[in-house]
Design a protein around this ligand. Structure first.
Ligand SMILES: *Cc1c(COP(=O)(O)O)cnc(C)c1O
Length: 417
């Protein structure tokens, strides 16, 4: 099934193109285990050298010697705002419109609940049925607190047509977590605004990957993940965006002291901090945030557009190199076939997806599995090279042709897939 001569040609070509690519040297910023080809940056970005150093520095150089003094001496108190200011240019926002706090789930709750209060006479929240589950769960929870609100759930292609004058809020992901298909962020934001609804985007699968310009798109609100392409580390803080035009009227339903205008005045009553700072709630996780802040070094000086372009080059290469093996072994591509409609990962369906992913991991190719039958390979553009894609395709063919995935040990389900 494999033709080593043809493949050999391609590997030399991949190496040459890697050498010419200005993004290739950035892969040295990652500390990956030897021999591992990491195609899972869309789930958890790998450790960066800068994050590793920052956590050591924060623990040994700040927490240890400064103890509580670190809040002032090391400006821990300013770290969320400094981190948000590094995220802002990646999403087309201003620093005052961006907060770094909590998880995507919690930020989604804060923004969605606050958005409903900005549209008090409207009762519908619109979302797509294929949305990442936590987004749906959070909105269901919100609807239980607000029995007057109706959740309207439609297929992805029908969002625009489902917007009407009853719609208070549109909630949508920029990239579908299963297929990687990109939504029309700008067109949908404008369509929502045209009927007087607000838009709330989940940028978890595109921040640090795609060029995003929330303000040019006219988006109202957004949330996004710190531990995927941003490489903030497991459970890294998430971010939230609130467009400037909503700053005067928006109230955070989790009105914690860190979102207060003067937390250390210890006033009895709440008054919100200015801008997106009001989206903060409790004390920020300094160790996690130090890691995220440091990993954002990755994006300094990277040309907008270069990241997604490289990722698409890599996913197209993988698709081409594995096409005959994938077809022979019953894989179907679940991602858009046209690279320009894709985000950073490729997804295939296969009834034996779980053991196949486990066998690939054992062979040094780390992808992931999403129930019921989805296999995802992520092409984080700073992490993965063309020659690694070539080797990954080779190992994929070997695992499928030799059927090693049928070994029963690969079918034992772990808690996290
Ligand atoms: C990863 C991801 C999340 C993660 O949410 P957390 O609450 O931060 O765990 C949410 N939404 C989408 C679309 C994601 O891809």
């Amino acid at each position: 099934m494999t033709n080593p001569d043809a493949w050999g040609e391609t590997l030399a070509e991949c190496r040459r193109l890697d050498q010419e690519d200005p993004l290739t040297p950035l892969s040295r910023q990652f500390a990956l285990p030897r021999g591992v080809i990491y195609l899972d940056g869309h789930s958890l970005g790998p450790l960066t050298r800068s994050a590793s150093a920052a956590v050591q520095r924060t623990v040994r150089g700040e927490w240890g010697p400064m103890i509580i003094g670190g809040w002032n001496e090391a400006d821990w108190i300013g770290l969320p705002a400094r981190t948000a200011a590094r995220i802002a240019p990646l999403i087309g926002a201003e620093p005052e419109e961006t907060a770094c706090a909590d998880s995507v789930s919690v930020n989604l709750f804060k923004l969605a609940a606050g958005a409903l209060a900005l549209r008090p006479d409207r009762k519908t929240v619109l979302m797509v049925e294929s949305e990442f589950p936590t987004d749906g769960y959070v909105l269901q929870g919100l609807a239980r607190l607000r029995p007057d609100i109706r959740l309207k759930i439609v297929p992805a292609g029908e969002l625009k047509g489902a917007l009407d004058p009853e719609t208070a809020l549109l909630v949508a992901s920029h990239a579908d977590y299963r297929t990687g298909a990109l939504a029309d962020l700008s067109g949908l934001s404008q369509a929502a605004a045209a009927v007087g609804a607000l838009s709330l985007w989940d940028l978890s699968h595109t921040t640090g990957l795609a060029t995003i310009d929330l303000n040019a798109a006219g988006a109202d609100m957004a949330v996004g993940c710190g531990y995927k392409y941003l490489c903030g580390g497991p459970g890294a803080p998430a971010f939230a965006f609130l467009a400037r035009r909503h700053h005067a009227g928006f109230l955070n339903p989790i009105a914690g002291w860190m979102g207060h205008a003067r937390p250390f005045d210890f006033e009895a009553n709440y008054s919100p901090a200015s801008g997106a700072d009001r989206l903060m709630a409790g004390t920020p996780p300094i160790l996690s945030m130090a890691a995220l802040h440091a990993s954002l070094d990755l994006f300094e000086g990277v040309a907008p557009g270069a990241l997604l372009a490289r990722s698409r080059t890599l996913s197209s290469l993988f698709e081409r190199l594995t096409a005959s093996v994938a077809t022979a072994h019953g894989f179907s591509l679940a991602s858009p076939a046209e690279a320009e409609r894709r985000g950073g990962h490729l997804a295939y369906t296969h009834p034996d997806g779980y053991p196949i992913v486990q066998a690939l991991i054992a062979a040094g190719v780390v992808g992931d599995f999403r129930a019921p039958d989805l296999i995802r390979f992520g092409f984080s553009p700073l992490v993965v090279s063309r020659s690694q894609v070539w080797t990954a395709a080779r190992r994929f063919a070997a695992v499928m042709d030799s059927e090693t995935w049928r070994n029963p040990s690969f079918s034992r389900r772990q808690t996290v897939t």
